[in-house]
Write a protein that binds this ligand. Sequence first.
Ligand code: ATP
Ligand code: MG
Length: 438
Amino acid sequence: MTTEFKKVAAIRGMNDVLPDASHAWEAIEEILRQWLKQYGYLNMRSPVLEHTRLFTRGIGEVTDIVEKEMYTFVDSLNGESLTLRPEFTAGLVRATIEHNLLYDRPRRIYSMGPVFRHERPQRGRYRQFHQLDVEALGFAGPDVDAELILMTARLWALLGIDGIELELNSLGQLAERQAHREALIKHLEAHRDVLDEDGQRRLYTNPLRVLDTKNPAMQEMANSAPKLFDFLGDESRAHFDGVCQRLDDAGIRYRLNPRMVRGLDYYNLTVFEWVTDKLGAQATVCGGGRYDDLIALLGGKPAPAVGFAIGMERLLDLWNQCQPAQAPSECEVYLIHQGEAAQRQAARLAEKLRDAGLSVIVHASVTGSANFKAQFKRADASGAQIAVILGEDELASEQASIKWLRAEPSQAQQQRVAFAELAQYLQGQLDKVSGKKV
Ligand code: ATP
Ligand code: MG
């Protein structure tokens, strides 16, 4: 006897990717891997769980992520505080230090996978979401900042995504930020009455982050605040100009956004975001910047670094808006059969076809048997190009019947094909419809 079980639903803000949608995920991941390869980036994978203090140190205590978005819990087995990664950079930098990856040369790496933030779920904002994270570790010059930005611009072109704009800023160096900070605190003190709760709390702990507010009531105060950009010294300006020149060389348009500070604490010099108005309230698809102090902050030998992250759900949303939806197909060839002998022959033939590299489904159903009509319906729903039919006649003559379910190649008159030649025949026909050279 089974006891009654209350159905379990997914956790709020954590999505299932169903088979129809996973097609687009796989397609875009494939494009991303090819594109990353073109720029010489190698994959690196780090754990989903890390020690909490990695993130409090690496992201910064006074940030949205650390203050209120992390999934943190105590490991009941040993009392350690652990956190589900809310972003990739801290974990990848930890691994880089731990394995001494930068000992002989700089590295270009990327990682893709789920990250976790406890936010209010809405379109483009989830509690488990996915990022593609790209990091150039050990490079100091504006050439690499520009290369990363060029790279993202190429991606939009590859995916046919338009209506996306580049915003750029420079956060300078620590001393410049400190000089600006003093001026900014004076400004915030003078406008104390419009500061919301976060703003009040961060006034002295992280005044720069007060400007990164989405609160409409604070926009005017933020717009009139002293701009960090005006506090930059010659070196910082030269770095910024170096980035801009290279973007100009490549014909990439950008807008200086002196208020962009990015959500994480560790950035310096170049920061950038790609924004769009095609995603409702969520504007940013990709954000990144330079973080020359992070490696040392996490205990490594000082080394400069620059990187970006793309929100995969937002990227897919954009991509789906810019290209016609493609129904995924389960297989190329669907095998239909009648009777037990034909079913067994179908299974043997299917293995032969798979030996030849074809993707094949042999009809199967709850009852184990179905009439031809029901089987054809399933064959059609599978998205297969071709149905192969095995009935009594076919078994007796050792020839399979062929039926095209979709566009037929011009010289495909042949209706019966000997079992022994089936794999070669189907392979040739499918190459023709897919436009491959045979
Ligand atoms: P936002 O201002 O939208 O909260 P962020 O500055 O917190 O973004 P980053 O930490 O820079 O975002 O993360 C990189 C990218 O990951 C973002 O540009 C966005 O595309 C995506 N992203 C961030 N948070 C979420 C989320 N909760 N759900 C889905 N995608 C997200
Ligand atoms: Mg955020």
